[in-house]
Design a protein around this ligand. Structure first.
Ligand code: SAM
Length: 258
């Protein structure tokens, strides 16, 4: 009879999980660390459930964030936005489509005198963000608001951040089925050409920004020109595209129109 680790490697291999030996070892370590049943973890992974969901955590910036099926898994790409935000001065920040809260909690944890609002249309996502505010010890400076973009937002902020859903309808339909199955559609695509949230933020965002405040928006690697065009055409200033560590267009920065 084979040992549990070897059986797990075979099972993960048969399920089409890439690098099954490494996955099996990670799951074994997780089972030991969390006192959980190894075979049950392997069975879940064999359905292609992401490792982060099985673990319940995903590392982002300086913390291990709580993740569930109700939020987008924080991606390393999004750290480009956090880094860009930390190069700007701000006392107040609004994060639209906050999801797990990975952006706003990271910013408030780094800048310990700042305050923020995290908004999302999904109440389930906001519950996860609240747990992450506890993880990052930022709960006392963070307000979480259920809002359809700016719908329920009041006041003006020094900085607005957002990593909105931006995948086109067409690209969404071609995504790896496991991403479609395990991450919320609303977090990935706004439908159509994927640009609707940028058009909305360009149209309405200035009313929620302090004088000379900035927006910082994550974009898809091929959306740099289109999103810069949307902001330039509506009078935003200092419009620039910031690349990620791989040199791909990743963040748009723009200053509110006068
Ligand atoms: C790409 S995810 C980003 C989550 C998180 N900020 C991150 O960077 O990992 C987009 C988020 O936008 C939210 N969202 C989608 N449509 C929205 C809307 N109309 N108003 C507010 N939030 C919305 C989704 O629920 C999801 O949490």
């Amino acid at each position: 009879m084979s040992d549990p680790l070897s059986s797990a490697v075979v099972r993960l291999h048969e399920a089409g999980i890439p690098d099954p030996s490494n996955e099996a070892r990670r799951l074994e370590a997780l089972a030991i660390e969390q006192g959980r049943d190894f075979e049950e973890l392997v069975a879940r992974r064999a359905t292609h459930e992401p490792f982060s969901h099985i673990k319940g955590r995903r590392a982002f910036w300086n913390h291990d964030f709580v993740v569930t099926a109700d939020v987008l898994d924080p991606r390393p790409d999004t750290e480009t936005l956090v880094e860009a935000a930390l190069s700007l001065p701000f006392d107040t920040v609004l994060d639209l489509g906050t999801g797990s809260g990975c952006i706003i909690c990271s910013l408030l944890a780094e800048r310990t005198t700042t305050r923020g609002v995290g908004a999302d249309i999904s109440p389930e996502a906001l519950s996860v963000a609240a747990r992450n505010a506890v993880v990052t010890e930022t709960l006392d400076r963070l307000e979480l608001v259920e809002s359809d973009w700016f719908g329920a937002i009041e006041g003006r902020f020094d900085l607005i951040t957002s990593n909105p859903p931006y995948i086109t309808e067409e690209a969404y339909n071609e995504l790896d089925p496991t991403v479609q199955r395990f991450e919320p559609r609303i977090a990935l695509t706004p439908g159509g050409d994927g640009l609707a949230p940028y058009r909305l933020i360009a149209r309405d965002g200035a009313a929620y920004l302090a004088d000379d405040g900035y927006v910082l928006l994550e974009i898809g690697f091929d959306q740099g020109d289109s999103v810069q065009q949307i902001f330039k055409a509506t009078g935003w200033r200092d419009v620039a595209c910031i690349p990620d560590l791989n040199g791909k267009d990743r963040v748009i920065r723009a200053k509110a129109p006068r």
